[in-house]
Design a binder for this molecule. Structure first.
Ligand SMILES: Nc1ncnc2c1ncn2[C@@H]1O[C@H](COP(=O)(O)OP(=O)(O)OP(=O)(O)O)[C@@H](O)[C@H]1O
Length: 326
């Protein structure tokens, strides 16, 4: 049996809205509309989709915060809505937009509270804390009140707090949102290590395809509360027929680079040029070809955004698709 198991899971919200001066009408929003999947222990899975697709609602049901309207759900053999407290010992949750830390307390005190709340054995707690402090580089931050931390520092602090009780499953909701490149890299490499060493099962929602590329061998796409894709990132790019961008910085401005096979010139701004290439292809041959013929100083590869990939996958823009569905 999979470690996380959803079978025809549904969540319907009833919303009231004004329909004229005095009249209000009820409307049903099917936020999660019959989702079925299983996640094995130790998998790292991306759970992506456009705004309002139903990702947060799914995560809230997985944590027991929301009760499903239909279908079946088990996490580590536990029914989340029925045994929320028992489940809490098995899971860790990080919401990128919101902190679970105590705003006015130094990180160290927040961690002490987690220690007591979850009754983690002392030796285990110290070991986990030391490890998080080292890998997430928190040593100099432990005595700083949370409200004084930068977003990236706070996020690292939040991730540590979610892991001090040794959860088997970690839900991450936009863990790299708003972080700079250095903080993103630090958070990603920590998650990779956590998964490799502890076998922690990770379910990650994100708008950043690079998170998925670097962390997840499997990605699920949800839209309008339904599962639209379940597979690897390459397959997603194939289905979306997407392109990635190679951004090259040259020593001087040169005419548009149009002679590199497999690349399409997009635009230039002084010594910087943007070249598009199929998302399923490797960037390495392009980089070598550019470096051989041009004075290459620096480069980066940009993933298409998730909205674009999904829109291409099902044809038309999101608005067009929405219209065709309603
Ligand atoms: N408490 C609620 N009451 C009514 N409708 C809700 C509630 N929570 C979510 N919804 C609706 O359910 C749908 C799915 O919302 P959800 O927050 O799960 O999407 P999401 O994929 O997490 O989006 P985002 O990327 O914007 O966070 C949306 O149409 C939203 O307006």
């Amino acid at each position: 049996m999979p470690f996380i198991e959803l079978d025809s899971l549904e969540k319907v919200f009833t919303v009231r809205r004004r329909a004229g001066l005095l009249r209000r009408e009820k409307r049903e929003v099917r936020a999660v509309d019959g989702i079925t999947f299983g996640v094995e222990r130790g998998e790292m899975v991306g759970y992506i989709g456009p705004n309002g697709a139903g990702k947060s609602t799914t995560i809230k049901m997985l944590t027991g915060i929301l009760t499903p309207s239909g279908g079946r759900l088990r996490v580590a053999g536990i029914d989340p809505a029925r045994e929320r407290t028992r489940l809490a010992r098995r899971i860790g949750v990080v919401f990128g937009q919101r902190t679970t830390l105590w705003w006015d307390l130094p990180l160290r005190d927040s961690y002490r509270l987690v220690h007591r709340m979850y009754q983690v054995p002392d030796a285990r707690f110290r070991e986990n804390l030391d490890r998080c402090v080292e890998l997430l580089e928190l040593r100099d931050l432990l005595d700083v009140p949370v409200r004084q931390l930068s977003l990236g520092q706070r996020m690292r602090g939040d991730i540590a707090a979610a892991l001090l009780h040794d959860p088997d499953v970690l839900y991450l909701d936009e863990p790299t949102i708003g972080l700079d490149v250095v903080s993103k890299t630090r958070v990603r490499s920590f998650l990779r290590e956590l998964n490799a060493e502890r076998g922690t099962t990770v379910l990650l929602t994100t708008h950043d395809l690079t998170d998925i590329e670097q962390l997840c061998s499997r990605v699920m796409v949800i839209d309008h509360g339904r599962l639209m894709y379940d597979g690897d990132l390459t397959g997603l790019h194939e289905a979306g027929d997407g392109e990635r961008l190679l951004v090259v910085d040259l020593a001087t401005a040169v005419p548009p680079i149009e002679d590199v096979p497999g690349a399409r010139f997009v635009r230039a701004e002084g010594p910087r040029q943007w070249l598009a290439f199929p998302a399923t292809a490797s960037a390495a041959p392009l980089v070598s070809a550019v470096a051989a013929a041009y004075p290459l100083v620096d480069l980066s590869v940009r993933e298409p955004d998730i909205e674009t990939v999904i829109a291409k996958m099902y044809g038309g823009t999101r608005e067009e698709r929405r219209e065709s569905l309603t």
